[in-house]
Design a protein around this ligand. Structure first.
Ligand SMILES: Nc1ncnc2c1ncn2[C@@H]1O[C@H](COP(=O)(O)OP(=O)(O)OP(=O)(O)O)[C@@H](O)[C@H]1O
Ligand SMILES: [Mg+2]
Length: 275
C-alpha cells in the first residue's frame, strides 16, 4: 500500500519557525482535507513537501513509499508521483500551456524498459495529443487555452482550471491541492471538482487544502485535519469540517493557538481510532 507520511515536520521561512511538528498520513485512495485559519502554515506545508527553496525543513521527515523526499529535488519528487496545485499559480510568459504540459509530462514519464508497468509511460506526439484532448474534455476546457502562455492574463478561475488540467495530464500518485476552489465560480467549482473526482480511482491519495465546506460537498474527504499555529490540533471525519463551518476557529485558536501551549500532536492513526 502506497502512503505519504509526514512525521514530526518542522519548517522555517526566513528563520521563523512556521511548522512545529506536523504529523499526517495519506494512503493511496484516501482523500484528506486540511483546514485552518489564515497564516497557520497550510501553504507552507505544501511548499515544503514540493521542495520550494524559500522553505526549510529543519527536522522531521516526509516519506513517500518509505523514502524521505526531503532529500530529493523538486523534479525527483514529481517523478515519484507527487503533485502540488498552487494557491497562487505563477505565470510563465513565453511558454504555451500545450508546451508546458508536454514538457512536464516528458519530465515525469518513463520508458517501459525502466518499469514493466509504467503508470506514466513515454508517449508519442500523437498519443500525447490524444491524452491532452481527453483531459480537456474531462475539464470542459477549450483548446484555445493550449496556445496561450501559461497563466499569462488568465482569470483566477482559469488559473485553477489550468492547475487541475496539469494534474489530470501528469496523473500523480499523491496530489496536494492548495485552495483550488478559490476564485472559481459555481459552475467551475463543480467541473473542477468532478475533474478531481474522476482521478480518484483508488490509487490516488489527495490532500485538499480549503477554507470552505462547499468544496468538500463535491470532493468528499474521509479525513479532516485542522492546522493551527503550525500544528495539527484536531483530526476527524467530514463532520469536523461542518462543525468548523458553523463555529469558526475561535474556540480552537483559544485552546491551541498560543505558542507555549503544551500539546501532544495527533496523527491520522489516532483520528481513525476515534472516528
Ligand atoms: N515566503 C515567505 N516569506 C515570509 N513569510 C512567509 C513566507 N511564506 C509564508 N510565510 C509566513 O508563514 C506563515 C504561514 O503562511 P502560510 O501561507 O503557510 O499560511 P496558510 O495557512 O496557507 O494561510 P492562508 O489560509 O491565508 O492561505 C504566515 O505568517 C506567512 O506570512
Ligand atoms: Mg495558504
Amino acid at each position: 500500500m502506497r502512503e505519504l507520511v509526514i512525521k514530526d515536520l518542522h519548517a522555517t521561512v526566513e528563520g521563523r519557525e512556521i511548522l512545529k511538528g506536523v504529523n499526517l498520513t495519506v494512503r493511496q485512495g484516501e482523500t484528506h482535507a486540511l483546514m485552518g485559519p489564515n497564516g497557520s502554515g497550510k501553504s507552507t506545508l505544501a511548499s515544503v513537501m514540493m521542495g520550494h527553496p524559500s522553505y526549510e525543513a529543519t527536522s522531521g521527515e516526509v516519506l513517500l513509499d518509505g523514502e524521505n523526499i526531503l532529500e530529493m529535488s523538486p523534479d525527483e519528487r514529481a517523478r515519484k508521483g507527487l503533485f502540488l496545485a498552487f494557491q497562487y499559480p505563477m505565470s510563465i510568459p513565453g511558454v504555451s500551456v500545450a508546451n508546458f504540459l508536454r514538457l512536464s509530462y516528458g519530465a515525469v514519464s518513463k520508458p517501459e524498459e525502466d518499469d514493466p508497468e509504467p503508470y506514466r509511460k513515454k508517449l508519442t506526439a500523437r498519443e500525447f495529443r490524444a491524452l491532452l484532448n481527453e483531459k480537456l474534455g474531462l475539464l470542459k476546457m477549450d483548446t484555445t487555452m493550449l496556445s496561450r502562455y501559461l497563466n499569462e492574463g488568465f482569470s483566477g478561475g482559469e488559473k485553477k482550471r489550468a492547475e487541475i488540467l496539469q494534474m489530470a495530464v501528469l496523473q500523480p500518485r499523491f496530489a496536494v491541492l492548495d485552495e483550488t476552489d478559490s476564485g472559481l465560480d459555481i459552475d467551475a467549482l463543480r467541473i473542477v471538482s468532478e475533474g478531481v473526482n474522476a482521478q480518484r480511482d483508488g490509487e490516488l491519495g489527495t490532500l485538499v487544502i480549503t477554507h470552505y465546506q462547499r468544496l468538500l460537498d463535491y470532493i468528499k474527504p474521509e479525513f479532516v485535519h485542522v492546522l493551527v499555529a503550525g500544528r495539527i490540533v484536531k483530526n476527524g471525519g467530514p463532520e469536523l469540517a461542518l462543525e468548523l463551518e458553523q463555529k469558526g476557529y475561535e474556540q480552537i485558536i483559544k485552546e491551541y493557538g498560543g505558542d507555549d501551549v503544551p500539546f501532544e500532536p495527533a496523527t491520522a492513526e489516532t483520528a481513525a481510532a476515534t472516528s
